[in-house]
Design a protein around this ligand. Structure first.
Ligand code: PMP
Length: 303
């Protein structure tokens, strides 16, 4: 899927899409030294609402700190850049928003400490990322990179080679999505999603220390579950716990709440989205469109 829009925000200016270019000697192109985020904006018929803008920008700054690169803007300036990138295109539909901070110096040196960074933000119309009626997933042969090898808590471009290999393997084997085990064999994440399983009415999800991205949707789901009285426990999940779960679902900004109806050829439940998954997916859809007053703190209007 190629993406496009009319305008992007690039180093402080609104620029035409086709003019937003970088040089081939750019550090980030060679070494994956970029920090990115993925946000969604939801059109509610009257306004476009960005979901959890503050948390995404906060994570971007944490990622930059972990990589050890400068962000030449304040968090307020980055939030404004994200809003402006959407506003410039006058979108009146659901969008995906991609801010990217990257090491922009033209060099082949590795040490990033004194190198410059650029910030760009683009957005484009975006519908469902995965089939909402339920997906078929496979535990792939690539393992989730361990946080003693790369800081998986940070959304760093280079780390996504792990996700690229995993999803490419799953798709080439005919599955919709990859599930990755960590080096100890516990199933920790999708290629771009956190994972939840339901057993006997309670939910389980891997803890943040188990080499996962600290997902903002994961946090949203944990908060919503607390509010509606569904117990969530953070604990390692084995492959056989996944196979025998009552329900499995993946969560992420792009995937939202996606039911998993099959893992490695085994039906999850009765191969249909289960009641807990459906309840959370429905609530999540209302929350992101600003339909529930209690969670209005999570949405930022663009217009
Ligand atoms: N894990 C990985 C590897 C991801 O790429 C994403 C998507 N950003 C997630 C989890 C979910 O994170 P979030 O809910 O913040 O989008």
């Amino acid at each position: 899927m190629r993406v496009q829009a009319q305008y992007v925000w690039f180093d402080g200016k609104i620029t035409k899409w086709e003019d937003a270019k970088i040089h081939i000697a750019t550090h980030a192109l060679h070494y994956g030294t970029s920090i990115f985020e993925g946000l969604r904006g939801y059109w509610n018929g009257e306004n476009l609402l960005i979901f959890r803008l503050n948390e995404h920008v906060e994570r971007m700054f944490k990622s930059a700190k972990i990589l050890g690169v400068k962000v030449p803007y304040t968090q307020q300036e980055v939030r404004n850049a994200i809003i402006e990138a959407v506003r410039a295109n006058n979108f009146k539909e659901d969008v995906y928003i991609r801010p990217i901070l990257f090491v922009s110096t033209q060099t082949v040196a590795l040490d990033v400490r004194d190198l410059d960074t650029s910030l760009a933000v683009f957005a484009f119309p975006f519908g469902k990322y995965l089939p909402p009626g339920g997906i078929r997933a496979a535990v792939v042969s690539w393992r989730r990179v361990h946080n003693t090898m790369l800081p998986v808590m940070a959304k760093i471009g280079g780390i996504y080679v792990n996700s690229v290999l995993a999803l490419t393997e799953a798709r080439s084997r005919g599955y919709d999505e990859a599930l990755l085990a960590d080096i100890n064999g516990y199933v920790v994440e999708g290629s771009g999603e956190n994972v939840f399983v339901a057993r006997n009415g309670a939910l389980y999800t891997p803890p943040v220390h188990q080499s996962i991205l600290e997902g903002i949707t994961r946090d949203t789901v944990i908060t919503l579950c607390k509010d509606i009285g569904i117990k969530v426990e953070e604990k390692p999940i084995t492959r056989e716990e996944l196979y025998t779960a009552d329900e499995v679902f993946l969560v992420g900004t792009a995937a939202e709440v996606t039911p998993v109806i099959e893992v490695d050829g085994r039906a999850i439940g009765d191969r249909k989205p289960g009641p807990i998954t459906t309840k959370i997916a429905t609530l999540y859809a209302d929350v992101v469109r600003g339909r529930i007053e209690k969670y209005s703190r999570w949405v930022t209007p663009v217009y």
